[in-house]
Write a protein that binds this ligand. Structure first.
Ligand SMILES: Cc1cc2nc3c(=O)[nH]c(=O)nc-3n(C[C@H](O)[C@H](O)[C@H](O)COP(=O)(O)OP(=O)(O)OC[C@H]3O[C@@H](n4cnc5c(N)ncnc54)[C@H](O)[C@@H]3O)c2cc1C
Length: 524
């Protein structure tokens, strides 16, 4: 006879994964950090990695996601206040990132490898939550654009880079308007010279993430054409209309805003707004790539952990060949994304503009595109448990498409690569030279590189843009893995992506050492 207690036996459920060390458990990240010149940052990474995988961080992450931001437009007397209420856990998550210089390290301490160390820290902390990484990224990325105006940089850079949550400042970006985000040249916001060297901005912005920022970079039509401006968030003419009810990153307040004669200062020259703000965009694109790589990593950890503890049909899932194929496929995708992201981060440390610009656009397109199906497959590894909020997997899946939309949606990113092949003719050769470094290491990669070299311009270049960028991205990822990863990982990647692989995750061809790949995926 069943007793009531016997219905409550909990069998065959994976134990909690927390606490675990996000950095130490990630061999691919540790190796990439060292390889790309960031070995001196290992203590910072250990500290961030331990905290990121702690019960405390998990609790704050979950709480800030649960208690969503609320906009208060007016006080009880009817005065306009435009304040966003945020849960204390949001502040906890963001403060940890700021105090660890994830927004500023290379600007404060521009030693070789500083961008790589920051990238690795960003990667680790993104696994606590992607929402807070938005203001972290925008503040980091604002600096190169701000430096176009030395006076403004002298005034704001010390605050924007300070590793203090209370005394530092945060920067945001407001480009997108109702009628178009990709095509910013269609912006209608006006900038009228105020006669004292400043301008007054009037208009709206359809997306402005994190309106509590201290300063924003924006685009507006000045007499000399579309120009880049800086304005302060406390300006009385800056109105938050409403917060967006979004698919994911729900802890992050993204808003619609209006400018009512907002006082602003020009960055760079009038009419050069896109050229100025693109300096910011290139850096946020790097973070989109890092964020998507981190999302894959988090998914792999959850999937492998579950499969190592859950049995079905008399065996652990991790021992079942079909599941090994899925886990190994997810793991090689994640390792390829990590390797590419850290290699590209190194190009921000070096005088390597041709490779940097081209490789960022190519890889931002590809890795961000791969993140959502990767998250869906990782979720499925947990079966029904993965579909339930408490597992964190639904959040992973909801957040995953964002990086592909932001800072150049798929087509726009692919077309940007196409444009770069014409307008920046040194980019593609620099990119191919990096891919060629692995020549002779794997016949599938050699054949792929030959195909890329022989490719002639398609008759309808834009129609084929995604295909071209995909092939380029795979060439770089395969090249990095062939040179630096163990043979089981690079062989599986080349076989699955350049050879006889299938169309969904879990279709690596036979002969792949899946067990070894999964062993490498989480250590410790
Ligand atoms: C959560 C979130 C936060 C955001 N935060 C900010 C922020 O802080 N600041 C900010 O300025 N913006 C922000 N954005 C806006 C974001 O940058 C834009 O949504 C994005 O740039 C796309 O612009 P759009 O929405 O106007 O789409 P559109 O430009 O209308 O594009 C729609 C689709 O058409 C495609 N497309 C566009 N042009 C072409 C073409 N020539 N050929 C083929 N296809 C094309 C695009 O790839 C896309 O798939 C945010 C968006 C989200 C979802």
């Amino acid at each position: 006879m069943l007793t009531s207690a016997s219905t409550h036996d909990v069998l065959n459920q994976a134990p909690p994964i927390v606490p675990y060390d996000v950095f130490e458990a990630d061999v691919a990240l540790r190796e990439a950090l060292e390889r790309e010149g960031g070995a001196w940052g290992v203590d910072r990474l250990r500290d961030a990695g331990r905290l990121a995988g702690s019960a405390e961080a998990l609790e704050h992450s979950e709480r800030s996601e649960r208690n969503e931001p609320v906009l208060r437009t007016h006080d009880r007397y009817g005065n306009r206040i435009d304040e966003v209420e945020l849960d204390p856990s949001w502040h906890w998550c963001l403060r940890q990132a700021i105090e660890r210089e994830m927004h500023s390290l290379p600007w404060r301490d521009p030693q070789p490898g500083a961008h790589v160390v920051r990238a690795a820290l960003f990667f680790v902390w993104s696994q606590v939550g992607s929402g807070v990484m938005c203001p972290v990224s925008m503040t980091y990325a604002a600096i190169p654009a701000l430096r176009e105006s030395p006076e403004l940089a002298a005034e704001w850079e010390p605050r924007l880079t300070r590793p203090s949550y209370a005394e530092g400042a945060l920067a945001g970006m407001a480009m997108t308007e109702k009628q178009g985000g990709s095509d910013v040249r269609a912006n209608t916001t006006r900038a009228e010279p105020a006669g004292d060297g400043t301008y007054e901005l009037t208009g709206h912005k359809w997306f402005c993430s994190y309106p509590p920022c201290d300063v924003f970079l924006t685009l507006a039509q000045a007499p000399g054409g579309l120009s880049c401006f800086l304005f302060e968030g406390r300006d009385p003419g800056f109105r938050i209309q409403r917060l967006k009810d979004k698919l994911g990153t729900r802890s992050l307040p993204s808003s619609e805003v209006e400018f009512h004669a907002v006082r602003a200062r020009l960055i760079g020259d009038e009419g050069r707004g896109v050229a100025t703000i693109i300096r910011m965009v290139n850096h946020t694109r790097l973070d989109c790539l890092l964020g998507s790589a981190a999302s894959m990593r988090w998914g792999v950890v959850q999937a492998v952990h579950h499969a190592r503890h859950r049995s079905a049909f008399g065996k652990l899932l991790a021992e079942q060949p079909a599941m090994q194929n899925v886990l190994a496929d997810l793991a090689v995708e994640s390792e390829a994304a990590t390797a590419a992201a850290l290699r590209i981060a190194r190009s921000y440390d070096e005088d390597d503009a041709a490779f940097r610009r081209f490789a960022t656009a190519v890889t931002k397109y590809w890795v961000c595109k791969r993140a959502a199906p990767h998250a869906a497959e990782a979720l499925e590894c947990l079966g029904g448990n993965g579909y339930v909020e408490e597992s964190g997997m639904p959040r992973l899946l909801r957040d995953a498409p964002l990086n592909s939309i932001w800072e150049g949606s798929g087509n726009v990113a692919a077309l940007d690569v196409l444009r770069a092949t014409v307008k920046e003719p040194e980019g593609l050769p620099a990119f191919m030279a990096e891919c060629e470094l692995a020549r002779g290491g794997n016949p599938l990669l050699d054949a792929h590189l030959d195909r890329l070299r022989a490719a002639t311009a398609p008759s309808e270049p834009q129609f084929g843009a995604r295909r071209l960028v995909e092939e380029l991205a795979l060439g770089l990822q395969a090249s990095l893995l062939v040179r630096h990863a163990p043979a089981e990982v690079s062989d599986a990647f080349c076989a699955g992506r350049l050879g006889d692989g299938g169309r969904v995750y879990g279709t690596l061809p036979s002969g792949v050492d899946a067990a070894a790949i999964v062993r490498r995926a989480i250590t410790g």
